[in-house]
Design a binder for this molecule. Structure first.
Ligand SMILES: Nc1ncnc2c1ncn2[C@@H]1O[C@H](COP(=O)(O)OP(=O)(O)OP(=O)(O)O)[C@@H](O)[C@H]1O
Ligand SMILES: [Mg+2]
Length: 238
């Protein structure tokens, strides 16, 4: 049942300018959802609403039977909804370890920092080597590993990633996506993945949504979207 996490008919505005129109996205527990679309389509706006960083002008956000609409982002985090933002947004003057520590936002996560840092270091041994290095001096790929890991330090139930692949070498992206998929499939994590790399996103996703000009244009099984003529032409380059 795709009613674990629901973005229900949301509209969103910046001032007087409306940028989302009746966006509906329903996610089942443990599912990986790809949200794709061109620059300016409204992907970031959608996930900011989904993580409580913006309040939709109409519509609602529901999680595990609870209405989250209008709650503060800290309450979303406490409920288990975590956004790994576009552009990573690490604290560059703090070490890798300190950035990870700051990811443990909830009470439950704070009690398990040691355990969860070990889990992160198992996924990304390079971060263990670099734990005392300032985050701002890491390579782009390492920074994305930290951003993803910082999100995982909160022990999220729904992890929303906004364009994690941006500017990274394909093998690094594959590595991070493979780990995310393992966690989803073995640990029951639910993932919403915003991506411009539509091919990579649809490859790891169960289902996908295509956003165009603030509206959902297409949705379906990832395999079907991968073979959809419109998607192929607009996003896969043939
Ligand atoms: N803070 C803001 N104030 C005003 N308009 C905004 C703001 N943020 C985004 N917009 C506008 O809202 C629309 C959707 O932007 P959004 O960032 O959600 O798109 P996106 O799909 O994430 O794009 P990209 O792929 O470039 O990240 C765009 O037209 C953008 O100019
Ligand atoms: Mg964006």
């Amino acid at each position: 049942m795709a009613d674990y996490f629901k973005i229900n008919n949301i509209c969103a505005k910046y001032g007087d300018i409306q940028v989302l129109w009746d966006v509906n996205i329903s996610v089942a527990k443990g599912e990986i959802i790809a949200l794709v679309g061109s620059n300016g389509a409204g992907k970031t706006t959608t996930v900011r609403n989904a993580a409580g960083l913006m309040i939709p002008s109409s519509g609602s956000i529901e999680f595990d039977g609870a209405n989250m609409t209008g709650k503060r982002s800290a309450e979303y985090a406490e409920a288990g909804i975590i956004l790994v933002p576009e552009g990573r947004q690490l604290f560059p003057e703090m070490t890798v370890y300190e950035n990870l520590e700051l990811g443990a936002m909830t009470k439950a996560a704070k009690a398990k920092i040691g355990e969860n840092v070990e889990r992160v270091f198992n996924w990304f041994p390079i971060l263990k080597e670099r734990r005392k290095q300032l985050a701002g001096t890491l390579s782009g790929g390492e920074q994305q590993m930290v951003a993803f890991s910082r999100g995982m330090m909160s022990m999220p139930k729904v992890l929303i990633m906004d364009e994690p692949s941006l500017g990274l070498a394909p093998n690094i992206v594959d590595n991070i996506f493979a780990i995310a998929k393992d966690i989803a499939k073995e640990g029951g994590l639910t993932i919403i993945l915003v991506e411009q790399d539509v091919r990579k996103a649809l490859k790891i996703a169960d289902r996908g949504y295509v956003l165009e000009n603030g509206e959902i244009r297409l949705e379906g099984a990832a395999d079907d979207l991968m073979h959809n003529d419109e998607v192929k032409k607009a996003y896969l380059g043939f």
